[in-house]
Design a protein around this ligand. Structure first.
Ligand code: SAH
Length: 362
């Protein structure tokens, strides 16, 4: 197969400027304005490369919508407030959330909808999904563009798409893992000149074996700290749902998925989704640096069941025939079972101090 246009460009960049950090490679492969994965492809859904929870079941977005309503009430019903979603994909979560939120017209009356999305293609999808709904969105490339004020912020499978760097334990140092070219001129992992300084390495990671890989997500941490600062200053709450670990650890989680299959992350850049596990401990540390309160993370299965997933499934199923009920049961299993999304996915909330959102507070 001939190389992708982006592969040509990335190889030329490396020939001219030397190897790329994994973060720079990720940013190019996902975000290149012309050929980046999210810019050019129909990524999400059964016909795309991966399926996310809102695409599995309408119940996911509905429960998140009810969480947003409940959190807004706990915040003292600010009017107006900003309802923000980071990386809304096809807009399915927000469409389902707003439908469920119709039980509280005062919530919808107070909400100003802001979507943070870099992909024009996905923005068009989101416009379609939300057309005819109760709120008209405003789009932004970056969170910083949204004017400050009380906010309820939702992020499902957003932080996992942000660039990470990798470091490998070699000769007692943490050396940066980079993307360079092998003897045949093909993309290959290698070691760069950069070294992680002692102050940047979590202390408990001293004494790990030679060859171990450590990941750092400075972009995600900086974004979390910024959002947490705003939440502390202006009031609000953020809900982050992603697959990842509750505690920082070592290991290589950099991965690529194309047509629902894992592939080599260096194979055909721009044609596969690239992600890494979210380090929730690092995100929590970033939020606490801004003096925000952190709740969780808890496993997605526990979170959804605590919010009433089983009851909602029962009510939906009551109007259905047997096949419909079997479909709903299957959706619940996909969202909560340990073999599927139930335990790998975690949910963490960040709020201004003093607020405890559901299901952490009764
Ligand atoms: N939340 C959706 C989509 C997840 S895919 C769902 O659950 O189905 C990741 C989303 O984040 C996509 O919409 C992608 O275009 C967007 N995205 C990735 N990096 C981004 C960035 N740096 N800024 C804004 N949006 C980004």
């Amino acid at each position: 197969m001939s190389p992708t246009p982006l592969e040509h460009r990335i190889k030329a960049m490396i020939r001219l400027g030397g190897p790329l950090s994994i973060a720079d490679y990720m940013a190019e492969a996902l975000g290149d304005p012309e050929h980046g994965y999210y810019m050019a492809r129909e990524a999400i859904g059964a016909a795309g490369d991966f399926v996310t929870a809102p695409e599995v079941s309408q119940m996911f977005g509905e429960l998140i919508g009810l969480w947003a309503v409940d959190t807004w009430m706990r915040l003292g019903r600010p009017d107006p407030f900003r309802l923000v979603e980071l990386g809304p994909g096809r807009g399915t979560l927000m469409a389902d959330a707003l439908r469920a939120a119709r039980i509280r017209p005062d919530f919808l009356g107070a909400a100003r909808l802001h979507l943070v999305e870099t992909s024009p293609k996905l923005r068009a999808r989101q416009r379609q999904a939300l057309a005819g709904g109760p709120l008209s969105p405003q789009w932004h490339d970056r969170v910083e563009e949204i004017a400050e004020g009380p906010a309820v912020v939702l992020a499902n499978e957003f932080f996992d798409a942000l660039p990470i760097r990798q470091w490998q334990r070699v000769g007692g140092l943490w050396r940066e893992r980079v993307v360079g070219l092998d003897a045949d001129g093909e993309l290959a992992f290698g070691l760069g000149a950069g070294v992680l300084t002692a102050s940047e390495v979590p202390g408990r990671l001293a004494g790990v074996p030679e060859g171990a890989i450590l990941e750092t997500g400075a972009v995600a941490a900086a974004m979390m700290e910024h959002l947490a600062e705003r939440i502390v200053r202006s009031g609000g709450a953020l809900l982050a749902i992603d697959y990842g670990t509750a505690q920082s650890g070592i290991g290589d989680s950099f991965q690529a998925v194309r047509a629902h299959q894992p592939v080599d992350p260096l194979d055909r850049p721009g044609e596969a989704d690239l992600t890494a596990h979210v380090d929730f401990q690092a995100l929590a540390t970033a939020a606490r640096r801004a003096r925000a309160a952190v709740h969780g993370p808890m496993e997605q299965g526990d979170f959804l069941l605590a919010l009433g997933l089983a009851e909602r499934a029962g009510r939906l199923g009551a109007d259905q025939d047997e096949a419909g009920r079997a479909r709903i049961t299957g959706e619940v299993a996909r969202l909560v079972s340990a073999e599927e999304m139930g335990t790998l996915f975690k949910v963490m909330a960040v709020t201004r101090p003093g607020l405890v959102p559901a299901p952490w507070g009764a």
